[in-house]
Design a protein around this ligand. Structure first.
Ligand SMILES: [Fe+2]
Length: 265
């Protein structure tokens, strides 16, 4: 089983850059090409939020067009740069998405269960799973205690040491950790939001974030005005491979020169 994770696409309309020097549509296109060229086709692609940037339907049309190039089933959760109803409208074929309310969902895929949690708080940068999301997760895990499970959400449930981003954290992370700790079937909790690849222990399992298909958030305290600084580090995606026993994760950068070359001599 192979699950690819992309995050923080921040798709914009053509000609608009999220930050100078970053064409997010091009970054997403490269990631989709990279996924298509993998030696083993993924069984699913999960998208951990921030599909668009300014949250208008035109941006969702761009995101849907680009993600439509992925052959594997795609599963979405919203980020703080998303709108639930615009997602529902732009991805009408995504039947796992509830028709109303939060976009929590659980699907079984081969040996794995995937649980997507909606942490979007309308108009805010921070996130919550909420009492309904925690109950949904607890029930989804209790229904299949022997099925290895990957939980995915936008806001990481741990402090990263990036002070500005930690201020925009998942505010009910402790409650989420208590639920996860009760269910040893959870192999991994994966998120986005911080635009960097970060790993932490969490609830008896491992939690990590994927890098963004956008700018990266700089290490350090921010600009002194309450905003993070950014870098133009190479974007990337995560590949989570379940071998029947463990979930093994590769960071795959999606910049140039990724084609395999043969050693000569
Ligand atoms: Fe983002």
């Amino acid at each position: 089983m192979l699950i690819a994770q992309i995050s923080d696409l921040h798709c914009t309309v053509p000609g608009r850059e999220v930050v100078p020097g970053v064409d997010t549509a091009e970054h997403v296109r490269r990631a989709v090409e990279r996924i298509a060229a993998l030696p083993d086709a993924p069984d699913a692609v999960i998208v951990t939020g921030d599909l668009v940037d300014t949250i208008v339907p035109e941006e969702y049309a761009v995101a849907a067009g680009l993600l439509g190039g992925i052959k594997a089933p795609v599963f979405l959760v919203p980020g703080n740069h998303d709108d639930r109803d615009m997602i529902r409208a732009a991805f009408p074929g995504h039947g796992y998405l509830p028709a109303t309310g939060r976009l929590n969902h659980a699907v079984d895929l081969g040996a794995l269960r995937l649980v997507g949690l909606d942490t979007l708080v309308d108009g805010a940068i921070h996130g919550t799973v909420g009492a309904d999301g925690l109950a949904f997760l607890d029930a989804a895990l209790a229904a299949a205690p022997d099925r290895p499970t990957l939980v995915f959400l936008h806001h990481p449930p741990f402090e990263t040491g990036l002070p500005i981003m930690d201020g925009w954290r998942l505010t009910d992370a402790d409650a989420l950790e208590a639920v996860i700790a009760r269910h040893p079937s959870v192999l991994r909790v994966v998120a986005g939001h911080v635009h960097r690849h970060v790993t932490a222990s969490f609830g008896g399992t491992i939690a990590m974030t994927a890098p963004a298909l956008c700018h990266a958030i700089a290490l350090g305290p921010g600009d002194g005005l309450g905003n993070p600084e950014y870098t133009l580090e190479t974007p990337g995606l995560l590949l989570h491979r379940f071998d029947g026993r463990r979930l093994v994760t590769h960071l795959v950068q999606t910049g140039g020169a990724w084609q395999a070359r043969r050693f000569d001599g």
